[in-house]
Design a protein around this ligand. Structure first.
Ligand SMILES: Cc1cc2nc3c(=O)[nH]c(=O)nc-3n(C[C@H](O)[C@H](O)[C@H](O)COP(=O)(O)OP(=O)(O)OC[C@H]3O[C@@H](n4cnc5c(N)ncnc54)[C@H](O)[C@@H]3O)c2cc1C
Length: 390
């Protein structure tokens, strides 16, 4: 099915060449993926995955010195990696999410300083937007930065930060003006060794990945740590999410494909009362629903990526549709896989049991499903109001 996806009109020849990643992952990443599946410490494995992806040149699709991100490449890489490993996909995605503000809004010096190490896989990146009281509503964040001479001094706490403790550099959003809500936010780059920066907690989640909270105590960064203009922070964060939300959808598609791969193997091997499980029509009902959901989700994801790359501008509605539908449907696909595995489906370490845990957070991070619905409906209502006024 993935080969068919590559034939869709959304893609150019250079996108089809990305298929080489499948062989790279099956060879060069295989032993790390096996260690992940055997329960090795994610804090030890994730940096090795970043290094391996960097050495293979794949991180060039996560960040770029020319200031552009190709949304279709980003989605294809996430789709292919998620079909094999949640952690490899996470390792790739965070190099992009943790630097997209710099790629898209940084100046040349910032890009030259902060991106090459990330693209090579020598440095790990993180994106610090969320706070305990400001998750779905980042405009209400409390972390603040004030000017002191030429420097900025940051104070506050962030939580739910992927790669906290592993990252060498963090893109951090903080309030720089008294202006309420979204108006007063700015974006900074903070190196992990900066005095006043610390990792205040690590957080264990159902599908382990490096995650924690950050504290900024009079954390002083130079003037050139500011990305874009002062006050641009909210616009930068939302523009980054416009690109990355469809790619979360791509990750969900890859996980759903993995569930379908395992299910097809299982239902053709499992014999019940002398017949294969796959020969029962109720099984075929589930298989048909699973395959249709995967394709429908992939269509929305790659439509959003194509709109971003080819039409351009803000693409919040199509990105929200892609993330919402792909993550919700992947949850259903994986649930059906667990059901078809029977008791084995809930045994710890079984591939579909692992997927059942891995998929859950995708409906929450980078904006919950409910927030995606608010974005879609909000834009519909605004367009309707404009068309009535015309
Ligand atoms: C595994 C994981 C990794 C993450 N990684 C990062 C990261 O790297 N960087 C980062 O900055 N953040 C990260 N996050 C944070 C993530 O983006 C937030 O968890 C998410 O935005 C939700 O915020 P919250 O947890 O505060 O939930 P809340 O905002 O408290 O929401 C709770 C519930 O209320 C609902 N809700 C909220 N507002 C409304 C509304 N207006 N109408 C209807 N329902 C509403 C939500 O949909 C949700 O169901 C991560 C989260 C997880 C779980």
């Amino acid at each position: 099915m993935f080969d068919e996806t590559l034939e869709w009109p959304f893609f150019d020849a250079r996108h089809r060449e990305l298929k080489g990643l499948e062989r790279f992952a099956d060879q060069d990443l295989q032993s790390l993926i096996q260690q992940e599946h055997d329960g090795a410490d994610v804090y030890a494995i994730a940096p090795q995955m970043v290094k391996t992806l960097g050495a293979g040149g794949w991180l060039e699709h996560a960040a770029s010195l020319d200031g552009r991100l190709d949304s279709r490449s980003l989605c294809l890489v996430r789709d292919m990696l998620a079909r094999r490993s949640g952690l490899a996909e996470f390792a790739f995605a965070m190099q992009g999410l943790g630097t997209a503000a710099i790629t898209l809004f940084g100046n040349d010096e910032q890009r030259r300083e902060w991106l090459p190490g990330v693209i090579a896989g020598d440095r790990i990146a993180a994106f610090a937007l969320s706070e305990e009281e400001a998750g779905s509503n980042p405009a209400e964040m409390l972390t603040a930065a004030h000017k002191d001479g030429d420097d900025w001094v940051i104070n506050g706490e962030k939580t739910w930060i992927s790669n906290a403790g592993l990252a060498h550099q963090y893109v951090v959003f903080a309030r720089t003006r008294e202006a309420s809500g979204a108006q007063g936010l700015s974006c900074f780059i903070v190196a992990a060794h900066t005095p006043g920066f610390s990792v205040s907690a690590s957080i264990d989640v159902i599908a382990p990945h490096p995650l924690g909270s950050l504290r900024f105590t009079d954390c002083r960064v130079p003037a050139d740590a500011l990305v874009g203009q002062e006050g641009d922070g909210f616009k930068i964060a939302m523009s980054v999410l416009d690109v990355f939300r469809s790619s979360v959808g791509a990750s969900a598609v890859g996980m759903a494909r993995r569930a379908l791969d395992h299910t097809l193997l299982r239902v053709t091997q499992r014999q019940i009362s002398g017949a294969s499980l796959g020969s029962f029509q109720l099984t075929q009902d589930k298989l048909a629903d699973m395959a249709t959901a995967v394709d429908a989700a992939a269509l929305l994801v790659y439509r959003a990526a194509w709109v971003k790359d080819v039409v351009g501008g803000r693409t919040s509605r199509v990105a929200a549709m892609a993330k919402l539908f792909a993550t919700e449907e992947a949850q259903h696909v994986i649930d059906k896989a667990v059901q078809l595995f029977g008791g084995l489906g809930v045994v710890s370490g079984n591939p579909v049991e692992r997927l059942y845990r891995e998929i859950r957070a995708l409906r929450i991070y980078e904006g919950t499903s409910e927030i995606q619905k608010l974005i879609i409906a909000g834009q519909l209502l605004r367009s309707h109001a404009e068309s009535v006024r015309r």
